[in-house]
Design a protein around this ligand. Sequence first.
Ligand code: HEC
Length: 142
Amino acid sequence: MAKVLKWAGMVLVPIAILIQVFPRVERTNPPVTGEIEAPPEVMAILRRSCYDCHSNKTRWPWYSRVAPVSWLVSRDVREARFKINFSTWAEIPSMYKVLYRGEILKQVENGAMPLAKYIWLHRDAEITPADLDTLRRWIEGD
Ligand code: HEC
């Protein structure tokens, strides 16, 4: 048993160290070129619950610096920004903004966004019924 542990240590510890340096993980916050404009109560919800993934203002927590978690976090952020980025929102043609907003409401109503694993680590990111009302008023405009 001790032998197994020793071997595991000799193999796993170097691997654990190596994966911290290789591969390089991107953890950048590119410039904000056209931030979304919405009423303050809507912005508060987006900033609190969506911005870590869907903006260029990601707060990178300490565990996002430790592989292999860093790989997962940076992939989520990359994919999320690719789909919808509130820091470059102004660049979306207005015709499409309507569709994007509809998609936002759909994702939040279905409980698909924010991602469950994110809520698990950031309890305050959870969308309350009041938040959903606020988003709905903004998106459906009544
Ligand atoms: C932990 C990261 C994270 C957070 C926080 C997050 N998202 Fe996402 N979101 C993603 C990822 C990753 C994708 C792309 C993969 C997917 O669709 O599941 C995505 C996709 C989306 C899409 C596009 C869905 C599609 O299939 O086209 C919308 C709309 C969206 N998110 C809205 C939101 C809104 C609104 C919030 C805040 C209430 C939010 N997300 C919070 C990670 C996140």
